[in-house]
Design a protein around this ligand. Sequence first.
Ligand SMILES: [Mg+2]
Length: 342
Amino acid sequence: MIHIDIEPRIFHFKQPAGTSRGVYTERKSWMIHLQDDSMPGKIGIGECAPLPDLSCDAIADYDKILRAMCDMYCIKGEIPYEALRPYPSMLFGLETAVMDLKAENHRIFDTPFSRGEKGITINGLVWMGNYQEMLQRMQNKIDEGFHCIKIKIGAIDFEKEIELIKIIRKHFPKKVIEIRVDANGGFNMNDALQKMERLAKYDIHSIEQPIKQKQWKEMASLCKSSTLDIALDEELIGINIPDMKREMLDTIQPKYVVIKPSLHGGMKGSKEWIDMAGERGIGSWITSALESNVGLNAVAQLCAYLYGDTITMPQGLGTGQLFNDNIQMPIVMEGEKIWFKL
Ligand SMILES: [Mg+2]
């Protein structure tokens, strides 16, 4: 017999987390605890972590649907993948729990990362602020050992942001640091191209989601005309069917896609995205999405498994150590790398 307990859980941010959807002080996840009578004493844990107002499955009757999906698993002993396509955060949590039940010490994939032999290089996140704050934050990241940082733009006046990036570049050239920017859909079609051309002057690696999602034609034209490489992020939300994924990639033809397992299809759907992107010469990296350490551990191990030795780009796994009341997992941050350490 298989049993699943679902435990809704609130995590509290050490510092309020500013996102494209406002500021969060707490975070709700649904923890899955999986037990199988044939494996007495063992529990598999997984985290279902939809983001309010952002995830396609941040829905009012989340508890009920998650319970129904878990019941389907308990009866059949198989993950109901097709039924779970519209609910990527539920799928990711269940996939994690199923693998975790069979794992020792939460080592859900066997990779050099999960054997503790290799760390994964990640980007550092720098929040916009005034000149002094920004320069200090940049310097801190460099002192910590980062070679790639991501800056959220669109928060303050664009002229001020350009000015800051210009100053940052003067102090920290491309050889020292790779800069990625994330607009979270903050530009509009009238000025997006012009703004991107101005950003491109400062050797920016890429821009995430310059305009809002669901404007495929407009986004395609930006990808075609812009000097600055575009990475799609929010665009992938809600595109859960393989044919639609192909159609979106073929229509927009971005340079990169950013993969978040909790938002973009769980483990199975993330692999689909990466494979389909790869077939089209589109690059990708994996990013966590404000999960607790349970989700972050699964995202990091998935990342090591899917990319293998082809990991060349820094990944977005720097969102750990976020909560006062986080769950203990064998992952640690050291400089610009995340490690699995028992
Ligand atoms: Mg983004």
